[in-house]
Structures are given as structure tokens and as C-alpha cells.
Design a protein around this ligand. Structure first.
Ligand code: V47
Length: 407
């Protein structure tokens, strides 16, 4: 994987005078010295209400690693099916349907190719493909899909299938996850998305995702992928029933696997959305479950604790483009891409647009004082000169969004 040297436009300085919580001072010394943080440090970070102090540390750690460069991708999300055998046990999910439930769908391969054809003539460089665990969909379907997409769009990287889907395909075809990964790589798979991790704690999983892969099983699939030369992303779903200690245990496990394999590209904290799902109803939550304060804290702590994962991505469909823009000063060096048509979070009540235009993304990054860099799935630079685009400075990102209609 090649990366250009990050442009260091702002002087790299840790503004310790911006830290007001004394509990953060010893952590600041560790961060300045490039020392690894431990679980007790992470507890202090979760306990603090000194958001500016926390952000100052995360921003320093990010700029030391990435300079002022912020990556984005021209990508298209595709969700081939919402049919899922975990429909009744993943209580946080609003996307899944039982096979015969109203709204259930499974696209034929031709329908997937038709949806992907929107990429033709656009800058799209990545298909992000995730969906449900439909009882009979195995290698025939997914192998053929990836091969067909690659044949039609050779220049587009395919980031597809969470660890949970890989394990499901293995069960359907009675082969190992390793065999599934080898076959999918051969078909054209570039990398894997980070979904399905949720929170690894057994107690949390028993409440929100009882029948899903265990944390250890999720990690084992990613380990296998990394060993086969398939890099992947990792996530944490926060803002439901988990405690700070559950989050720290989760981040510790991600960091340990990264020490072992180096295969994670980016970490994405995912903000729980409570609409139209059993968990939200049980918790009595409506609208958004997380606050801007929590969103920024989780991003900053991810950047500080995961010292071995190169990138931290903010997912604008979940936290809004406004919060994503601020996240660029709290440790993020990567913004979710153009997306085109987002389903999973909108089913769960997200009120953001379904996709964002290329120009709006560039403007969002540039107006935060950062240097936009378009990337592919492997974080190889695609484009850094946007002078030909007519993007008003300080523009309202809402005005430059395309109107995307439901399929
Ligand atoms: O695992 C589901 C989350 C994930 C809800 O790798 C929910 O670049 C909030 O894999 N509220 C799947 N979150 C999405 C995914 C992903 C997303 C963005 C970027 C990347 C990447 C991967 O969506 C699931 C789950 O954690 N999710 N329901 C909900 N109600």
C-alpha cells in the first residue's frame, strides 16, 4: 500500500494550556511522548467532561500521524438483501426483515448490476456492499456478484461483506471462513467493511445481538482476512446499553489484533440510532440516542487509544455532516464518502441525506481548514487537486447535496 507523505500545514504543537481536567495531564504527557495509553487512561478519558482537553489530545495525535490531510472516497453503498436470520435477535437493527415480512427484499444479480451501473461515468472508486444473512445466499450468489461487478467496473474497488456475512456464507456452503475469503479475493474482493463488531462484551451481546458471531469469532474472521492479504475496517456501535468499560474492552481487543496483523485500515465509531427497532423501544429512546458530546468523545478516544490503526473515519450519515466536520478537529482524518444511497441508518431514523455530492464532501473538508484527498479502498491517493471544481467557500453543505430518491 502506498501513501503520500501527509502535508503538515499547521505547526504540530500540543496545546496543554487547553486542558482543564487535571486527570488528563499525565495522559497528555504520555501522548506527547508517543507512549501507549492503558485501560486506566481510557477510563479517565471516558470520565472527563473536559471535551476541549480531550479533543486537543486527539487532534495532536491525529496531526502527528496524518498532518492536515483528510481522506474521502467516491463510493456507492449497495445492500443486496435485508433478509436476515438474526432479524429477531439483533434488537438494535431496523434494517433486517424475516423472509416473508413486509418490506423484505433480495436483489437478483442483474438488479445489483443495474444499481451499480449508476457508477458509470462518475468518479466512483469503491462499492461498499453489506446486507442481511439470507438463509440460502452463499458463494454462488456473492462470488458471482463480486466477479460480475469487477468485470463491469474494473477500476472500482470492492469493499464487501462483514465478518458476520463471511461466517454465514461459510455455514451455507459448509466450508470454512478462510475458504470463503480465498474464493472472494479471487473473485475481486479488495477489502472488508468493519460492521458486525457492535460491542464485543458477552453481556452486551446477550442483550443486543444474542445470536450473532461472538467477539472472538468476529476477530478470528478479520485475522484470517488479514493473513490472506485482505485488509479490513473495524467499528464499535456505541450509545445503547454498553458501559465505558465495555467500550475499553472492545478497543483493547481491536488494538491487540492490529498489533498482531496490521490489517485494519480505519476505525469507525458507529452512533446507535433507536428508531424502528426493539432496543430503542425497550430503552424508551426516540430521535437520536447519542449526543454530539458523546459522538466527539468516542472519536477522540478511538484516535488516542488505537495508536496502531492509521485512520479514524467519521460516518456523516449517522452523526450529520455538521458533526463530521467538527470531528476533523477531534481526531478524524477520514470522512465517509459520497454513499449515493444509504439504507441501514435511515431505516433506524437517521435524518441526514441519503448521499452527498463529491463537491460537497470536498467543501466540507476544506472549510474545516483541512486538505482533502480522494482515496480508493486501500488509502491510495486518487486526486488531490480540486481547483477545477466550483465549490463556494464556507458553503452550506445542505445546499450542495444531490436529491436522491428511494429505489
Ligand atoms: O454492524 C445497524 C450498524 C453496521 C444500526 O467499514 C446500526 O467503512 C446504528 O458495516 N444504529 C453495518 N448503527 C454498517 C457497516 C459500515 C458502516 C459504515 C462504514 C463501514 C466501513 C461499515 O451498522 C452494523 C451495525 O453496527 N447498525 N443498525 C442502528 N440502528
Amino acid at each position: 500500500m502506498t501513501e503520500t507523505t501527509a502535508p503538515l500545514l499547521s505547526p504540530l504543537e500540543l496545546h496543554a494550556d487547553r486542558i482543564s481536567d487535571p486527570a488528563l495531564q499525565p495522559i497528555a504527557r504520555k501522548v506527547a511522548a508517543g507512549e501507549r495509553l492503558d485501560a486506566l487512561d481510557a477510563r479517565a478519558l471516558y470520565a472527563t467532561s473536559d471535551l476541549i482537553g480531550l479533543g486537543t489530545l486527539a487532534d495532536f495525535a491525529n496531526r502527528r500521524q496524518n498532518g492536515d490531510r483528510v481522506w474521502f472516497s467516491a463510493n456507492q453503498h449497495i445492500n443486496p438483501t435485508n433478509v436476515c436470520i438474526l432479524r429477531n435477535t439483533c434488537t438494535f437493527c431496523s434494517f433486517a426483515r424475516m423472509p416473508k415480512e413486509e418490506g423484505a427484499y433480495t436483489r437478483s444479480l442483474e438488479e445489483v448490476y443495474h444499481e451499480a451501473a449508476q457508477a458509470t461515468g462518475t468518479p466512483t472508486r469503491e462499492f461498499h456492499i453489506v446486507g442481511g444473512l439470507a438463509p440460502k445466499l452463499g458463494m454462488d450468489y456473492y462470488g458471482e456478484m463480486i466477479r460480475g461487478l469487477k468485470a463491469r467496473h474494473p477500476e472500482v474497488h470492492i469493499k464487501a461483506l462483514t465478518a458476520v456475512e463471511i461466517a454465514h456464507i461459510a455455514r451455507v456452503d459448509k466450508i470454512t471462513p478462510r475458504e470463503v475469503l480465498i474464493a472472494l479475493k479471487d473473485a475481486g474482493l479488495t477489502s472488508m467493511p468493519g460492521g458486525g463488531a457492535e460491542v464485543f462484551s458477552t453481556a452486551v451481546r446477550a442483550t443486543i445481538a444474542e445470536r450473532k458471531l461472538t467477539g472472538d469469532e468476529w476477530l478470528a474472521v478479520h485475522r484470517e482476512a488479514h493473513l490472506l492479504g485482505i485488509p479490513s475496517n473495524c467499528t464499535m456501535l456505541y450509545g445503547h446499553v454498553e458501559t465505558a468499560d465495555d467500550r475499553i474492552e472492545h478497543l483493547t481487543a481491536l488494538r491487540a489484533l492490529q498489533d498482531e496483523t496490521g490489517g485494519f485500515l480505519t476505525y469507525i465509531p458507529l452512533a446507535y440510532h433507536p428508531e424502528n427497532n426493539e432496543l430503542g423501544e425497550e430503552l424508551g429512546r426516540v430521535g437520536t440516542a447519542t449526543t454530539g458530546y458523546e459522538d466527539l468523545k468516542n472519536i477522540a478516544i478511538g484516535r488516542l487509544f488505537l495508536d496502531n490503526i492509521p485512520h479514524v473515519k467519521t460516518h456523516w450519515p449517522m452523526v450529520t455532516p455538521f458533526m463530521s466536520q467538527i470531528a476533523l478537529a477531534f481526531g478524524c482524518d477520514d470522512v465517509e464518502g459520497t454513499v449515493v444511497f444509504e439504507r441501514i441508518y435511515h431505516d433506524a431514523g437517521a435524518t441526514t441525506e441519503l448521499g452527498m455530492s463529491y463537491g460537497a464532501l470536498v467543501g466540507l473538508i476544506r472549510d474545516a481548514g483541512k486538505v482533502p484527498m480522494e482515496r480508493n479502498s486501500l488509502y491510495e491517493p486518487v486526486r488531490s487537486d480540486f481547483s477545477e471544481l466550483d465549490i463556494p467557500r464556507g458553503g452550506d453543505v445542505r445546499r450542495t447535496l444531490p436529491v436522491v430518491h428511494a429505489a
